[in-house]
Write a protein that binds this ligand. Structure first.
Ligand SMILES: Nc1nc2c(ncn2[C@@H]2O[C@H](COP(=O)(O)OP(=O)(O)OP(=O)(O)O)[C@@H](O)[C@H]2O)c(=O)[nH]1
Ligand SMILES: [Mg+2]
Ligand SMILES: [Zn+2]
Length: 303
C-alpha cells in the first residue's frame, strides 16, 4: 500500500515559494497548497522567500527540494560568531518598525536603513502603537522624513492606518524588522487576519513568550507578501565601507563631494566637509554618530 503510494507520487513535481525554513525542511506554498519538503543535501541552504522546484525522489517518504532558483537578493544577519546567516531572499522592501515602547534604538534604525540601501531595497519606517502617543519620537521622525524616508504611523491593535499601509505594501515583498516587542507579528496579524493562528503556533519560545524565531512569509493578496522575522540585528558588512556611507547615509554622501580627499572616510581626515557640516549643524549629529559606529563595527568585522 505504502509502496503503491510512493510509486504514484514519483514523477510529480512543481515550483513554489518557501514560506519558512526549519532545520531539516521547508514549508512551501505551491499552487495554493502548503507542502512540507525535505532538503536534498546537507549543504542545501534555503531561506524564506526562495523560489524552488520540489519533487518526489524515488522511494522517498515525501516531497523534497530539487533545486533553488537564482536569488534576486539575500538578506543576511551576522550571528554570535560573526558568520553571515541567511534570513530571507527575493525581497523588495525593508520595513523598519519602531514604537514609543520599547524606546527606539535609532542606531539600529540607521543600520537597518543603510542595510536596505546597500541591497537596493526600498526603505519604510513604520511607527506602530500610535495609541501610546508619538510626541517623544517626532523629532527623530522629522530627521528621517527630511531625508525622504517614507514614515507611516499605525496601531496594529486598533487597526488605525492599517488599510493605508496595505496599499503602500501592495505589489511587493516586504521584510519586517525591528526590536523585539515593537509589534511586528501584531502588524502581520492586522494585515493578514488568516495569519493569527499560525503566528501563535510558530512564535512561542521555550518560556512560552510569543517571540518570533523564524522568518515567515505571509501572502498579502495576489502579488504581495509580508515577512515576519526575528530582529535582523546585524546586516552582513558591505564590500566597501565608503560605499556603505554613500548608500546608507544619503546626507553624508551628498556632502562628500566637497571633502579634500576623494576616498575620505569622514573619520579623522583633514578637510572633511562632512565633519564641518556636523559642527555647523547642517546634518544631524546623531546620524553622523551612527555612521561612525557602523564604520567601526564593519572595520571590526574585517570588511
Ligand atoms: N499599545 C499597543 N500595543 C501593541 C500594539 N501592537 C502590538 N502591541 C503589543 O506589543 C507587544 C509585542 O508585540 P509582538 O507583535 O509580539 O512584537 P514583535 O515585534 O513581533 O516581537 P518579536 O517577535 O519578539 O520580535 C505585545 O504585547 C502586543 O500586544 C498596538 O498597536 N498598541
Ligand atoms: Mg514577532
Ligand atoms: Zn569627509
Amino acid at each position: 500500500m505504502v509502496a503503491e503510494q510512493k510509486e504514484s507520487n514519483s514523477g510529480i513535481s512543481g515550483t513554489g515559494t518557501v514560506l519558512a525554513s526549519y532545520g531539516r525542511g521547508v514549508l512551501v506554498q505551491a499552487d495554493g497548497k502548503t507542502l512540507h519538503c525535505a532538503l536534498s543535501g546537507r549543504k542545501q541552504r534555503i531561506v524564506c522567500g526562495d523560489r524552488i522546484t520540489w519533487g518526489y525522489p524515488p522511494s522517498a517518504d515525501g516531497p523534497s527540494v530539487q533545486s533553488v532558483e537564482p536569488r534576486r537578493n539575500l538578506i543576511e544577519r551576522i550571528d554570535a560568531r560573526g558568520r553571515a546567516e541567511p534570513v530571507a531572499a527575493n525581497i523588495d522592501r525593508l520595513a523598519i518598525v519602531v514604537a514609543a515602547e520599547p524606546a527606539p534604538d535609532w542606531f539600529l534604525v540607521d543600520r537597518y536603513w543603510a542595510g536596505a540601501a546597500l541591497k537596493d531595497l526600498d526603505g519604510l519606517l513604520i511607527v506602530n502603537k500610535l495609541d501610546l502617543g508619538t510626541e517623544t519620537i517626532q523629532p527623530e521622525l522629522k530627521t528621517y522624513r527630511d531625508l525622504q524616508l517614507n514614515c507611516v504611523e499605525v496601531a496594529s491593535q486598533s487597526g488605525a492606518g492599517i488599510a493605508d499601509l496595505k496599499l503602500t505594501l501592495a505589489g511587493s515583498v516586504t521584510l519586517l524588522v525591528g526590536q523585539s516587542g515593537v509589534g511586528k507579528s501584531s502588524l502581520v496579524n492586522a494585515l493578514v487576519p488568516e495569519a493569527v493562528a499560525q503566528t501563535a503556533e510558530l512564535t512561542r519560545d521555550a518560556e512560552g513568550r510569543h517571540t518570533t524565531t523564524t522568518a515567515r512569509w505571509y501572502p498579502l493578496g495576489a502579488a504581495s507578501a509580508i515577512i515576519d522575522a526575528p530582529g535582523v540585528r546585524d546586516f552582513a558588512p558591505p564590500a566597501s565601507l565608503v560605499r556603505a556611507a554613500e548608500r546608507g547615509f544619503i546626507e553624508i554622501h551628498q556632502l562628500s563631494v566637497n571633502c579634500r580627499f576623494n576616498d575620505c572616510r569622514h573619520m579623522e581626515e583633514p578637510g572633511c566637509a562632512v565633519r564641518t557640516a556636523v559642527v555647523a549643524q547642517q546634518i544631524a549629529t546623531r546620524r553622523y554618530e551612527s555612521y561612525r559606529r557602523l564604520f567601526r563595527l564593519y572595520e571590526k568585522l574585517g570588511s
